[in-house]
Design a protein around this ligand. Structure first.
Ligand SMILES: [Cu+2]
Length: 125
């Protein structure tokens, strides 16, 4: 009796269980993709044509801004010099990405050590 019941349950369950398991796997995979896209998107500042794009932005303290050298043939060199927060990217090769965590509140001017006209204002709340 119980063997035939489990056979019946087994027959009933598997056709529904398989799509459910597949849906769970697909859902988890989609979740991972979305998470990766969010992490990849973040806040990016493009360095192109001897300019920062955008040239001003507001972020929350602790946020990461990724500087992307979108020039195919120019070095850049982003830096901040202030009383409360400093960073220096060093030379940024074409195509390179430089993540910077803004750890202090305030308004900071990001400059390029190679192109004096490049200016970016970052306000950190
Ligand atoms: Cu530059």
């Amino acid at each position: 009796m119980s063997a035939s019941v489990s056979r019946i349950v087994g027959r009933l369950r598997w056709p529904t269980a398989v799509p459910a398991v597949l849906a769970l796997i697909l859902g988890a995979a989609c979740g991972l993709l979305i998470t990766e896209q969010l992490q990849a998107s973040g806040i990016a500042v493009s360095q192109k044509g001897r300019m920062f794009h955008p040239d001003n932005l507001t972020v929350a303290r602790g946020e990461v801004v990724t500087f992307v050298n979108d020039d195919s043939d120019l070095l850049h060199h982003a830096f901040v010099e202030s009383e409360t927060f400093n960073f220096d990217s060093g030379d940024q090769e074409p195509g390179s990405r430089t993540p910077v965590t803004f750890t202090e509140r305030g308004t900071f001017q990001v400059l390029c050590g190679i192109h004096p006209k490049m200016k970016l204002v970052v306000r950190v709340n």
